[in-house]
Design a protein around this ligand. Structure first.
Ligand code: FES
Length: 114
């Protein structure tokens, strides 16, 4: 996992420039920090998703977890979330949700809106 810090000023639409799209390969987590907020980027089927690096269960660092296709698994208690929509995948009787952020790629750059 690589760690990147972004520029602190958003564009007119509120998106912050983060990293080159090539820094977010399929199957890997890419950590970025925007104005002190730690996020993770993950690519699935060509699209980039951005979400908080803090697990919604008990605040573990999801950057130390495992990404498999669209599923992120937390390293602490192994809760699993879908990075595409934030929904919990396991355990199914829990109600936590991953905090997602809008992400897009323009001119080869990943931009995230906080
Ligand atoms: S802190 Fe992530 S599953 Fe408990």
């Amino acid at each position: 996992m690589q760690l990147f810090k972004s520029k602190a000023t958003p564009d007119a639409e509120g998106y912050f420039e983060t990293v080159a799209g090539t820094a977010v390969p399929e199957g890997e987590l890419t950590a970025v920090t925007i104005n002190g907020r730690k996020l993770l980027l993950a690519r699935y089927e060509g699209r980039v998703y951005a979400f908080s690096a803090q697990c919604p269960h008990a605040a573990a660092n999801l950057g130390d977890g495992w990404l498999s296709r669209f599923k992120i698994t937390c390293p602490d208690h192994e809760y699993c979330f879908d990075v595409r929509n934030g929904r919990i995948l396991w355990p199914t009787d829990e109600n936590y949700r991953l905090k997602l952020f809008a992400a897009k790629e323009d001119d080869g750059i990943v931009r995230v809106k906080l």
